[in-house]
Design a protein around this ligand. Structure first.
Ligand SMILES: [Zn+2]
Length: 635
């Protein structure tokens, strides 16, 4: 009886919340014009006579300014009779509307961020938008829908007009699929579906949820797998069909199964969506972005075999964000200000700990070997050494949007290493019984999705939960200027740091040592200056001194200039996905200049590195015991 009462109360509360004052949006994906889509809004009731409409300057999880409003044009507001109201664009992301209490309809056009660069910061692709008519629409909602000042917590209804054969992949539960526009939106003035199109409807309780729930529309390529108690949707857009959702699902479900064990046998969400957008264009950067019930991936198109480890690393990282910041976060993240963001000092927790878990789960449950795991850590130390080691990590975090934006990438390197050091330290102090997994579980139980911690009190909180030595560790190595004492930490688990060694990696074929400059057809191009200095890959391609470089792996070399860096960045991403490498050169053969294409099987080569990690074969029983607690599941 009691239970029933509670349930009824729940329903009542829900009904009240949802029956308030909704935003009703339409986005039309069927009539793309000049690479833009039309967005229309029947606004919630507005009381004041003047109001500001915003698109976000920044969204959670990206830690970089985006200025989504740049993509909006032709912004108009109308009253009931269809008369235009006065609108003033204040800046990139905001519009002031007069006679706001009379607004009946707003309409504007939105360009996408993928193929239409506007002046201003480049938007991290997993947080970006794509409009590729008839093929793919990537709706990161921050790029399409806005909110009125002071009205972020109303309900949002999104009506998507789509081609009948398209499918919308999302972590949201739809309100209606293949249906019709309803209520206010059926009125004259609003765009309507035609005989070739149909409507999907989604509802969310506020603007944060809307931004937290991306959608991808394309021809369906999906797979559904069950992991522990969670239904997992995998959706893929692979323009040349190199990879399928089914293959991805098979690969990442192993990781997810390990993650559910890592989190105590249960996952904290009922439904979850992995949304993959693969590009066949050369890319300089790629990555993924986490949400509460989904994650979105922007990656170079490749076969499953070529991307397997990368895919698993990404999926593990993004999925682990269901722990932090989603259920452990400070006020700055909990009540996120989209247009005047404040940063938290704890990126070591949100990103660092998540990245540490993503590696740790794989070694603990046998998806990678302990030796492979050491290589993963060694790589992080090497990359981290290119950043400011004396910069307190809390300062880096507070300045990640501006002053220390150039140090941000270190959160995935040193941030994860802080997680590792803390884990080993906790295991040592507790005789193996307690590690960072337990610490995070404790924090998540104390706070959770709705309750934020005070940013400046987190270290005290963790110290009170654990040991005074941990408080000292945090203030010295995370809040202080002292670099992490790697040697001392690794010593505890019987791992040696060696100052020389080699590692396997893909070759970029040319290097500073081997190149020269040459003129060809009036252009200044790169050439091979010293074939002796080529690496193993360059030698197996049989490049010769004097060869002028025209193409690499089918892509034409730009003329000498800053473009070369982007070009080589693209090759850096592309090469690991190729079975065969090719280089087209101009070579002097018997006094005649000839174009020749050289090719050789792609392979990883040995390169010297400044530092490597290795298990100490003469480790003491105490070291071996702690190592076991570190690298294997507890109990
Ligand atoms: Zn992350």
């Amino acid at each position: 009886m009691n239970k029933l009462k509670l349930l009824c109360l729940g329903l009542l509360v829900t009904a009240q919340v949802w029956a308030t004052n909704p935003y009703k949006y339409i986005i039309d994906l069927t009539r793309v014009s000049d690479d833009k889509v039309l967005v229309e809004l029947a606004p919630p009731k507005i009381k004041q006579s003047e109001i500001i409409f915003y698109l976000p300057k920044i969204i959670p999880g990206t830690y970089a300014i985006a200025d989504y409003g740049r993509m909006v044009s032709d912004f108009k507001a109308f009253d009931k009779k269809g008369n235009a109201l006065e609108v003033t664009r204040i800046d990139n992301n905001s519009w002031s509307i007069s006679n706001a209490n009379k607004i009946a309809r707003i309409s504007y056009l939105v360009d996408d961020t993928y193929d239409n660069p506007k002046p201003g910061p480049e938007i991290f692709q997993p947080a970006g938008t794509n409009i590729d008519e008839g093929k793919n629409f990537l709706l990161n909602n921050s790029g399409f829908f806005g909110y009125f000042e002071g009205m972020k917590n109303e309900e949002f209804e999104i009506n998507v007009i789509r081609a009948k054969e398209f499918y919308g992949a999302t972590g949201l539960k739809p309100e209606g699929v293949d249906t019709k526009l309803k209520g206010a939106l059926k009125k004259e003035g609003f765009v309507q579906a035609d005989e070739n199109s149909t409507v999907d409807i989604f509802k969310v309780s506020n603007y944060d949820r809307l931004v937290d729930s991306p959608l991808m529309y394309s021809l369906p390529d999906t797979a559904v797998v069950k992991v522990a108690n969670t239904e997992v949707l995998v959706a893929s857009y692979s323009p040349n069909k190199k990879v399928t959702a089914k293959e991805i699902a098979a690969s990442i479900s192993e990781v997810l199964a390990a993650q559910s064990k890592f989190l105590g046998g249960k996952l904290p969400v009922e439904k979850y969506a992995f949304i993959f957008y693969f590009t066949d264009k050369p890319v300089v950067s790629f990555g993924a972005l986490e949400h509460s019930f989904s994650s979105l991936y922007f990656m170079p198109e490749a076969t499953i075999a070529q991307m397997n480890q990368q895919l698993r690393d990404f999926a593990a990282h993004e999925f682990f964000h269901i722990v932090t910041p989603l259920t452990i976060h400070s006020e700055e993240i909990g009540t996120f200000d989209f247009n005047d963001p404040k940063m938290s000092r704890h990126l070591w927790l949100y990103e660092g700990m998540t990245e540490y878990f993503a590696g740790s789960v794989q070694v603990k449950y046998g998806l990678i070997t302990p030796e492979e795991y050491l290589v993963m850590l060694q790589e992080k130390i090497l990359i981290s050494s290119q950043f400011k080691d004396e910069l307190p990590f809390t300062q880096l975090s507070l300045g990640a949007l501006d002053e220390y934006a150039d140090q941000y990438y270190n959160v995935y390197q040193k941030g994860a290493l802080i997680g590792m050091a803390l884990d080993i330290k906790l295991r040592e102090l507790s005789n193996g019984a307690y590690g960072v997994q337990d610490m995070m579980k404790g924090l998540s139980e104390k706070y959770g999705m709705e309750k934020s911690f005070k940013d400046e009190l987190l270290f005290d909180e963790i110290t009170a939960m654990t040991y005074p030595e941990i408080g000292e560790f945090l203030s010295t190595y995370v809040g202080g200027t002292t670099p992490l004492p790697y040697e001392e930490i690794f010593e505890k688990v019987g791992v040696k740091m060696l100052s020389d060694g080699t590692k396997k990696q893909y070759s970029l074929i040319i290097s500073q040592q081997s190149i020269a400059v040459a003129e060809y057809n009036g252009k200044r191009l790169l050439a091979i200056g010293n074939a002796e200095a080529l690496d193993e890959m360059g030698k197996s391609l049989e490049l010769q001194s004097g060869d002028i470089l025209l193409k690499m792996n089918g892509d034409e070399f730009p003329e000498l200039g800053p473009e070369i860096n982007n070009f080589m960045g693209g090759q850096f991403q592309k090469i690991p996905t190729l079975d065969t490498l090719t280089v087209t050169v101009v070579r002097n053969v018997d006094g005649e200049q000839k174009e020749i294409t050289l090719s050789a099987p792609n392979k990883q080569i040995d390169v010297p590195i400044a530092l490597s990690l290795a298990f100490n074969e003469n480790a003491t029983p105490a070291q071996l015991k702690l190592r076991e607690f570190w690298l294997t599941p507890k109990n």
